[in-house]
Structures are given as C-alpha cells and as structure tokens.
Write a protein that binds this ligand. Structure first.
Ligand code: AMP
Length: 504
C-alpha cells in the first residue's frame, strides 16, 4: 500500500474528468494525471531513485511540477520543492543538507546547479513542462506499481523560510498530508463539483498541499494559472467556485474595477492564509462581493491548524477555531504552562497534521516539542471567550522595550486605523536606553500628507507609553516575500542604526 496515493486513487472520479484546466494549454484529466505520474515515477526509478530517497525540484510552476510531486509519492521518494527565488549558494546548502538522489531544475539553471551538486543526477523541466525529465518519462509505461509506504513514511521535505538562521527541512509524512487534506475537504465542504482557481506558487505548502491535495481528495478540478494575475483570476471566476490566496491577492483584486458581485456570483469560497489578512481588506471584500473571506492559519511544519468556520461567523482579524483533529493551546513562552483564555502566549499544536521533525536536526526538533508532544509554533496568540484564535505575531518579532513586552500586532492595529494609513509594521530596534525601541514603519495612502506627529498623537490616547513608537518611518511599501509575509528582518537590518545615529 502507498498511504497517500492510495487515498487519492480511492477517491478518483471517472478518468475523463478534468483535474487541471491549464491556462494556455488545455485540460489535463484525472486519467492523464494517473498515466503521467506513473511515467514520471518510472523515470525516477530509471534515474536510480529508491524509496526513502529525496528528489529536489527547483522548477517554474507548471502542471508537471505537481505531477512530479505525485510521481515522487508513488515512487516512495520524498519530494523536496525549492523556492525559485533561492540563490545558488542557498541551493548548494539545501543539496548538501538533503542529499537528493535527483535534482530537477529549469534548463537554464542546469549548468549552475551541476556546479554546486557535481555528483548528483540532474534532469530538466521548464515552465512549459518540457525538458529531459518529461522526454524520458514519455518513453516509459503509463503503469506503475506504487512503492509501499506507510502513514509515517516521508512524502516531502519543505525547507522553512528561514528568516532567522539556517532554514530547516520540515519532514512531512504521508499521514500528515493525507489527514490535513481529509480534514480540509470536510471543513471547507469541497466536493466533486468544485473548481478551484490555483494561482499560488507550488514550492510552498499553501499551493502545493493545501490547494492541490484538497482538490485531489475531493475529486474536484482546478483552473491552474502560472502565477497571480488579477485579470486572469477575474476571468476565471464565472467558471470557478473557490479561490485560495495570500492576503496580497485580495488586496490586488480589490484594486480591479472588474471585481463585482456579478463576477463573484458563481464563487462559494474565498480562503486566505500564509500571512495576516487586514480587517479592512476583509470588510472591503465583503462589501464589494458579498463574500466573507475565510481566514485560516497554518505553517510548513504543521499544515493547517485553524480555520474560520464555513457556516458560522468568519471573524476578521482571527484565524478561527482549531481544526477538528488538531489540539491547540496557548502557553507561557518561558515555562510552557497553559494560560487562561484571553491571555497572549505561545501557540502550541498537536495532531496528525504536525510534522515528524527537522531533517537531520534532532536537537532542534527536540527543542521545539514539549514532552507531551505539542509543537511550539513560535507564533504568539490568544484564544477569545468564543474560542476564536488570533495571532499577534511571531515570537521573535516580540519587542522588549525597557523590560516591557510589546506585541507588534497590537500597535499595528491601532496605527492602521489612523486616517491616511494603508498599513504598518512595528519592529524593535536596538536602543541605548531601552534595549529595544518600538519603531513603526508606515505606508501612507498616496497623496496623503501624514507626518510622524499625526501617527503618534492618536496613539498617545490609546496605548500605554511603553507601547508607543519612538519613531515613525514612512516607506512606499513594506518588503514582502513571495507568500505575502512582511519581512521584518529586512526592516530591522535596514534601520538597525536609527537610534545609534540619533544618540551620537
Ligand atoms: P510558512 O511556514 O512559510 O507557511 O509560514 C508560517 C507562518 O505564517 C506561521 O507560523 C504564521 O506566523 C504565519 N501565518 C500563516 N497563516 C497566517 C494567518 N492567517 N495569519 C497570521 N499569520 C499567519
């Protein structure tokens, strides 16, 4: 038995049903998916891949990238997708750490990749799905006897974004992925009638697992776009039922006059995750389309942990309730003691969704699990009296100023309410007196003449003095990674000397 692929196969619709409607290329049916993943699995075996081996993929988004993931699962290998933004030296680190049996990359990268992984077999795959790998696979049988894999065997290794220190390889098992897919299909009511607009990258858990596995487990279909493109998404909506996006998708779609109730009339579900959705975006979306965006929370290591309800109230600024098979608690970050509802602390989770540990890092793995098996997420949050979970930020983003803890999210929420502010990021910067100084980085609406004092004055009435920013810096936009997360580490680096300079 092959734990993950058997469950996909058991749920498969008739072979002619579309699996992916690929922009610019036509339809790939479930029958095609089965035959093509068998061919790819045969090609992997021919390249020497054995069960338990890693197969790294640094490829553009194409349907074949998804088929390669499934081919790896069938061949019993762990799929290792790599962000296309990584530099060659970063790639060299991943190859050295994961020791893949095979690397699949864009043809134009092949020479460079061979230079950092000289002893590893390299095959190519381009954005159009062409390359040495597909040429090889095309010669091979459309049948494949899936490798025997149990629930605890590895299906994938995903390196975390690594905003501090070296990035770590999160080991995801067949059951981690399968359990989350089953749960999300139920919770979000996916059926064979659904058509998902897929515009996310496929090297990250959101586009690769949340979107793709949910569709496969529901025997549904997707409209597969190479990247986010507002016009293409709007054009797809009348044929689709659902969209999974990062918050930036929704912000950008709202800038389109073409986004109306009529355009969204055929849609039943808009999901947002990977970064916090502003309450303003939630409200604006509801007003424009009549739909309440459903926000959920997950991470590479855990798959999805919480979600706003399908039927109940979707509360902006919260990530909803723990999913049915996920246990979630909030604890004192220092002692690990559980905190009362309403108090801010470390979010810890446990369930079949939680990964098996960091690849070849037993110490780091041990440090991030409690003795009773809960994983320490690194996210700070609270649970309100109705059970809704809110995230107040990453633990490492906590600012400690003059010995007081300041939660950036609380200050950001106040700043974001000031007229003329689009959004803000609050960070702690080294300060000679306070240790760290609360600092606000603010994006103004275009044409609005907002000064530092205009931001500070209203905060003085709403926030304790130690939470008020010592300085406000205006920028045109906040730096974000491909998943829409604000890169506070870049802001901290850029502004590191702000107070040193003023003290001298
Ligand atoms: P990644 O492993 O790249 O998916 O990043 C996971 C992190 O993204 C989590 O630990 C959270 O800090 C953040 N995140 C994901 N979803 C949300 C959300 N809905 N609201 C706030 N933060 C989120």
């Amino acid at each position: 038995m092959n734990h993950l692929f058997d469950q996909i196969r058991d749920r498969m619709p008739e072979p002619a049903k579309p699996f992916m409607d690929v922009f610019g290329r036509g339809v790939l049916s479930y029958g095609d998916m089965l035959a093509d993943t068998a061919r790819l699995a045969n090609a992997l075996v021919e390249a020497g891949v054995e069960p338990g081996d890693r197969v790294a993929a640094r490829v553009a988004k194409s349907p074949e990238a998804i088929l390669l993931y499934l081919g790896c699962v069938r061949a019993g290998a762990a799929f290792l997708p790599l962000n296309t933004g990584y530099t060659l030296s970063e790639l060299g680190y991943f190859f050295g750490d994961a020791e893949p049996r095979l690397i699949v990359c864009d043809p134009e990268m092949a020479k460079d990749i061979r230079s950092v992984a000289p002893t590893t077999t390299v095959e190519t795959l381009d954005a159009a799905g062409q390359g040495s790998l597909t040429r090889r696979a095309a010669q091979l049988s459309p049948d494949f006897a899936d490798a025997a894999r149990g629930p605890d065997d590895l299906a994938a290794i995903l390196y975390t974004s690594g905003t501090t220190g070296r990035s770590k390889g999160a080991m995801l098992t067949h059951e981690n992925l399968a359990s989350n897919a089953r749960t999300l299909v139920d919770y979000w009511r996916f059926t064979g009638e659904d058509v998902l607009i897929h515009a996310l990258p496929v090297f990250h858990t959101h586009g690769l697992f949340v979107a793709t596995n949910t569709i496969l487990f529901a025997a549904a279909s997707m409209i597969y776009l190479p990247r986010f493109d507002a016009d293409q998404i709007l054009a797809a909506m009348p044929r689709a039922t659902s969209l999974m996006g990062v918050p930036t998708f929704y912000v950008r779609l709202l800038q389109q006059p073409g986004l109306t109730r009529e355009t969204a009339a055929h849609m039943r579900l808009f999901v947002s995750g990977s970064a916090p959705l502003l309450a303003d975006t939630h409200a604006a979306w509801r007003e424009r389309t009549g739909h309440a965006i459903l926000e959920r929370y997950g991470m590479t290591e855990t798959n999805m942990n919480t979600s706003n309800p399908y039927d109940g109230e979707r509360v902006a600024g919260t990530v909803g309730f723990p999913l049915p098979d996920v246990a979630l608690r909030v604890t004192d970050p220092e002692t690990g003691a559980p905190l009362a509802d309403g108090e801010i602390g470390m979010i810890e989770v446990k369930g079949p969704n939680v990964f098996a540990g960091y690849w070849r890092m037993p110490e780091k793995t041990r440090a991030e699990f409690r003795d009773d098996g809960f994983f320490i997420t690194g996210d700070l949050g609270r649970i309100d009296d109705r059970g809704y979970v809110s995230i107040v930020g990453r633990g490492k983003d906590l600012v400690i100023s003059g010995g007081f803890n300041v939660y950036p999210k609380e200050v950001e929420s106040e700043i974001d309410q000031i007229d003329g502010v689009v959004e803000s990021a609050v960070i702690g910067l080294p300060h000679p007196d306070f240790g760290e100084a609360v600092t606000a980085v603010v994006v103004r609406e275009t044409g609005v003449d907002l000064e530092e004092a205009d931001v500070c004055a209203p905060l003085a009435e709403r926030l304790a003095r130690y939470k008020q920013p010592k300085r406000v810096i205006f920028v045109d936009e906040l730096p974000r990674n491909t998943m829409g997360k604000v890169q506070k580490n870049l802001l901290r680096d850029r502004l590191a000397d702000l107070y040193a300079a003023s003290a001298s």
